[in-house]
Design a binder for this molecule. Structure first.
Ligand code: MG
Length: 262
């Protein structure tokens, strides 16, 4: 296969033959990578066909930062005002799941919603960085599903429990290594094959650069930190037996089945 060397590398992590590897995805092949995209790495002359691997979350971040209400349509559907500055919260890293992994919904949790989001992966440590410089600290971008137990979010009055159930953070399948997303790039979420969310990242209330700058004013961002940048209009209920796919232009599709957690 001829590689498009102009396209940014799609970094992935996967299990094959009982071992965990870093890889570069192209077509239905994963080339082995020695090293890590946050440091030095080289692509080895060895590949696995995708059907023989199990994809894992592309990295295990130290922190998952999230932005609430970052598209006017979604803030409106939850009956909230447009925020004056980015609304930041944390999701537990123990909630991470890879592409294809089942998301488990306990019956007692009540209503559970999908939230398709663009994830930013930080590449270099930064603190008090300006909006103008912020994108130079980005390693790449990925897809994220900020699964939320909506009833418990309203009941608790804060969001930690509702956002942090095990498997409520599907992430991947790849990190596209690039500082910026194309100006017109968009996200589409499909529920059982039907499009339920579609919006361009240019419609975010707060840009990726603004969000990074904002967080870095109070917390040091570390290499590998993930920032889920908020969900557009159309977040909605998901039930056991459903499948949610989040497709982002230039990245790929994060697809997860939802099952009942007994
Ligand atoms: Mg969200």
């Amino acid at each position: 296969m001829i590689r498009d060397i102009a396209a940014p590398l799609k970094f992935c992590r996967f299990m094959a033959d009982g071992k965990i590897y870093n890889g570069a995805l192209h077509g239905n092949m994963a080339d082995l990578i020695e090293g890590d995209f946050l440091g030095e790495f080289s692509i080895l002359r060895m590949s696995y066909p995708l059907e023989r691997v199990k994809l894992l979350p592309p990295i295990t971040p130290a922190k998952i930062w999230c932005v609430g209400r970052n598209y006017a349509g979604h803030a409106g559907e939850l009956d909230h005002e447009i925020p004056k500055e980015p609304l930041i919260f944390i999701k537990a890293t123990s909630a991470l799941a890879g592409g294809g992994d089942p998301v488990r919904i306990p019956e007692w949790a009540g209503r559970v919603d999908y939230e398709g989001e663009l994830a930013v992966v930080i590449g270099k440590r930064c603190r008090k960085v300006s909006e103008k410089d912020a994108l130079s600290y980005v390693a790449g971008y990925s897809c994220f599903n900020d699964v939320t137990a909506r009833d418990l979010q309203n009941l608790d009055g804060q969001w930690t429990r509702s956002k942090s159930f095990d498997t409520f953070a599907p992430f991947g399948p790849v990190v596209v290594l690039s500082n910026t997303m194309p100006a017109d790039a968009a996200l589409t979420t499909r529920l059982n094959g039907s499009a339920v969310q579609r919006d361009k990242f240019s419609n975010m209330i707060f840009s990726v650069a603004r969000i990074i700058s904002h967080i870095s004013m109070f917390a040091t961002l570390e290499p590998g930190d993930v920032i889920a940048t908020g969900t557009p209009e159309g977040a909605g209920r998901v039930r056991p037996g459903d499948r949610v796919e989040i497709e982002i232009d230039g990245i790929g599709t994060l697809s997860n089945p939802f099952i009942s957690d007994h």
